[in-house]
Structure formats: structure tokens, C-alpha cells
Design a protein around this ligand. Sequence first.
Ligand SMILES: Nc1ncnc2c1ncn2[C@@H]1O[C@H](COP(=O)(O)OP(=O)(O)OP(=O)(O)O)[C@@H](O)[C@H]1O
Ligand SMILES: [Mg+2]
Length: 398
Amino acid sequence: MSVDAPSVDVVAEPAATPAPRCTITRLRVHCFRNYAEATVHFGPGLNVIHGQNAQGKTNLLEAIATLALTRSPRTTSSGDLLRWSEDAALAEADVSRPPAGVTLSVRFQRDPSTARVSRVTAVDAKPRPARAMLGVCPVVLFWPEDLALVRGGPDGRRRFLDVILAQTDQQAVAHMSRYRRVLEQRNALLHQLRVGGGAPDSLNSFTTELAHHGAWLSVARSRLVDALAPLAAQSLHDLSGQRERITLRYAPVHVDSIPDSVDAAERVLLDTLRERGTEEVARGMTLAGPHRDDVAFDLDGRAARGTASQGQQRSIVLACKLAEVRYLQDRAGVAPVILLDDVLSELDPERRGRLLALLAAGAHQVLVTTTEPLTEVAGFKEVLHFTVHGGVVTQDER
Ligand SMILES: Nc1ncnc2c1ncn2[C@@H]1O[C@H](COP(=O)(O)OP(=O)(O)OP(=O)(O)O)[C@@H](O)[C@H]1O
Ligand SMILES: [Mg+2]
């Protein structure tokens, strides 16, 4: 029986008592992407955001994801978020997270003399470090890029894990950013050494620091994959009723598996980096560490990347996204907000129906964008419809 042809009728079982849900009640964007100024009041259930291409549907979900993650998941350059020819942008949301409510905001400002764009994050109008905002409004974003999770490059799989860690593990966030910084410095030095410049003595201290933060991050990711694996297997069954066994494994490049203790992982990474030092100088780059690690998906013991059909790969992706939802919910104690950008049209009607039914049963707030009117709203009692046209959002009368 194949995963891509669901035939067993599995009805989504509502949780005995659904977890309290996190909801975005109001979103305001100002000079953000193609929006001059817009305020949208969302409902607690399903919110369908309909519009033609290039009207601002993805930009709206991007604003929410930027608030939840403190950075856009779509661009690494904050300047892209500023409405063309503007020097500042704002995204702000009222978030209800029982028993409390909170207002999150991110303001981007371009310095006219340097053209650098800075970011100020605030909670209840008080500037707070970005890490204080992470995890306050847990979101799961599912967009067309995610469909390449199995067959695409490893950076998409690493991002999948890091977005979850960012929302659940403050220490991981700190190690991630320090790892990124030291990796850049170490790569710059390796590049200089390759062309006969640079100070070879500095390499040692960069290597020690890189191994420390790298080991920490790899162990966190590896544990996360172990936690996601059973949730993904369960989700695959819930979505398709199939018996195939999906397994996820964290797959580092320098060792078969990451040791469970950070100290041991650090020693292994340090040894590898020292062994490969000459090769690293010759190539001008760091050759081991979490920036090169991967996740392996197996279906019934075979590498899904090489053997699973397109439909099976899609089912695995969907199962992984649902595993993400379930993991965040377990960790946060609230049902995360679900952002579905243009993916429902990519799923066949049966998978689409099952996904919506599972999300409705979990009592999630769901924001879905679509270019085609969405007629099936399986299981959702509260449904609001919006139309986006040229950066203007209106709620439809129904
Ligand atoms: N910084 C910016 N300033 C002004 N407009 C921008 C900026 N960045 C992107 N845009 C424009 O915003 C428009 C809407 O983009 P968006 O990605 O939200 O479209 P969409 O409604 O999701 O379309 P599709 O259905 O094709 O995915 C595009 O025309 C894009 O060129
Ligand atoms: Mg779009």
C-alpha cells in the first residue's frame, strides 16, 4: 500500500481537551513590503485570505512570522521588508495566549548615513531583546518551499529544525547566533590563510569556540530530531492511515551520530577540525560542524530522498509539519498559530481535507492564503474570509 494513495478512512480524533490556543487577534503593518498601512482583525478559527497573485498575501503571513520569529523567514536582508522608498517599517500584533494577552512589535529603521537597517523588538510597547519575544507566539509556517524538505538541499532541513529550536530553546538560540558569528570569522581567516595572509595562531581559538557552540547546537538538533521522529510517524498515520514506517535521523557529516553529551560531541568535532586543518586551509572553509549537518528521512528503512514517490515525499513533508505543530504544542502548552501560505492548492483534496480536519480538531487558529476560493472548511466552526488587493485587506461579508 502506498502513502500517496490514502484509502483508509481515518477520522481525526479531537484531543480529549484541546490545549488552549494562541491566537493573533489584531495585526497592524506599516510601510511593510507592499503595505502602506493596514490593520486586520483575525478570528480565532480559520481565516481565509484570498487574492490574485502579487497582491500581498504572503507579505501578510511574513509579517506574522517575523513577529513570532523576530526575523523574516523569507529574507536575510531586513531592508527587503521596508516598503520601497521608505526608511522604516513596522509590524505589530495583539496576541492572546491564555491566560494573558500581549502586544508584540518589530520596527525596522534604515540609517540614512550607513543605509544599515536596524531592528527594534518590543513587548507591550517596551523594547525587549529579540530572545524575549521568541516563543511568545508559537507559529508553524507551511509554504511551498517546505515541499522540498525531503528532496531539496540540506539547508532547508537545517532551517526546519532551527525554526523549531528558536521557538522552544533559548539556549539554542544563543549558541546558534554565536556559532554563526565564529563560523564567519573562522571562514574569513581560512580564506586569508589560503591566499598566504592571516594569523595562523588565531585559528586555534576560533576552532575551540566553534567546536563548543557547534557541539551544543548539534546535540540540541539531534535530540529534537529524536523527539520529532515518533510524532512524524504518528502524523503520517493520521494523515493517510498508511502503515509505512517513517524514520528521521540527524545525519552529521563528520561522525555517524552525534554523541548525547555536549562534552563528547565537542571532543569529536574538535578532533575532526584538527585532523582536517590542512584541507580546510587549502579549501578556505570550515568542513565540519552543524552548518553542514543534515537530516535523513527513511521510509520503511530506505532513504526517502532516492526512493519515495513524489506523493510519498509530500506525505512525509506534511507529517513533519504536523510533527512540528505537535512538538511546539507540547513544549509551549498552547496550540500554535498555523500559517498556510498557498500550500492547500498543492495538496490533493483528500490530504487537504485531512490536514484541515486535524487542525480544526486541535482548535488551532489557522491563517490560509489562496488564489482560488476555498470552499471546504472541514471542521472549523469559526471561519472568516478576507480579500487582499494591492496591499489593502478587506473582510468579506458572508
Ligand atoms: N519592499 C517592498 N516594497 C513594496 N512592494 C514589495 C516589497 N517587497 C515585495 N513587494 C511586492 O509585494 C507584492 C505582493 O507580494 P506577495 O509575495 O505578498 O504576493 P502574493 O499575494 O503572495 O502573490 P502570490 O499569489 O503570487 O504568491 C509583490 O508585487 C511584490 O513585488
Ligand atoms: Mg504568495
